[in-house]
Design a protein around this ligand. Sequence first.
Ligand SMILES: Cc1cc2nc3c(=O)[nH]c(=O)nc-3n(C[C@H](O)[C@H](O)[C@H](O)COP(=O)(O)OP(=O)(O)OC[C@H]3O[C@@H](n4cnc5c(N)ncnc54)[C@H](O)[C@@H]3O)c2cc1C
Length: 298
Amino acid sequence: MSKSIEQICAELDVAARFRQPMRRLTSLRAGGEIACLAFPDTPEKAARLVQRLNENGIRWSPLGYGTNLLVADGPLDRVAVSLRSMKAPVTFDGLRVAVPAGYSLPRLVNQCADRGLSGIEGLSPIPGSVGGAIKMNAGSHGYEIADVIESVEVARDGQVVTLPRAAIGFAYRHSPFTERDLILGTTLRLRPGDPATSRAEIAEYRRHRAATQPIHANSAGCIFKNPAPGLATGRIIDELGLKGETIGGATISTLHANFIVTNGAARAADILALIERIRSRAREARGIELEMEVDVWD
Ligand SMILES: Cc1cc2nc3c(=O)[nH]c(=O)nc-3n(C[C@H](O)[C@H](O)[C@H](O)COP(=O)(O)OP(=O)(O)OC[C@H]3O[C@@H](n4cnc5c(N)ncnc54)[C@H](O)[C@@H]3O)c2cc1C
């Protein structure tokens, strides 16, 4: 007989909250209620949890900080597995840095800079978790997280398994991890650096961001990937004259056209309609098929 989410979480001693509004858990501030939010507090419990959910035919998805996520208006019949309750610290061993997937990426960048470890400064303005960054091979200012990964820990068949970098085919804003993969941690290999130089570089990236992107508005960063190196989607959308276009509570940012910003009361349907408008205009006017950078849960 199949077990309920409540039974599985209770048996594994995993904290859970039910019928949670995703609007509060995503930086776009949109989305409906999700059936359950589960908070395993160790990698081992997390691996067992997703195995048991699989065995019982219960749909689940990993949830980082919700900064690259558009959730449908719902209700959503699935479990979001959050790693925020894992309190394992970052460990430093020479140039190697082992970090849990639920850790904040900007915080990690700062800590590495302070210790004279270089190689991830450009990732400092990315507001998500380390696991979320690995899932989409996050990058900015010429840096990508894949460039410094030595290995990744994932949940497989109820166990924590370490995959070497050579076994993971990363590409531009892409990893081979699917929605059935839970990333639990990673070991990075950085370069020796100078704390003052790294901090100055980080400060410059943050200044640049504040001037060119609506960083204080509700958004999920860039909605679309760039179609080719040197061809910026923001510029394409700008040239199509779509800046400021609004549907319901969602607007194409006037500061950076690849951002959709919301007023906090937007429906996911408003955002999706705006996305479709941009895609069809880019297709008709420029023959370009824009690919989503933001993940959609529907
Ligand atoms: C203002 C702003 C600026 C941004 N700038 C950039 C940028 O410059 N470059 C860039 O690349 N991105 C950028 N982003 C997007 C986003 O911050 C990154 O993609 C970030 O890495 C997402 O991490 P997250 O923890 O928020 O993931 P979430 O949004 O929680 O999840 C995104 C996807 O990853 C999956 N996921 C999350 N955690 C895990 C895990 N542990 N295991 C497996 N799958 C997981 C989720 O299931 C989901 O499908 C920006 C976003 C904002 C709001």
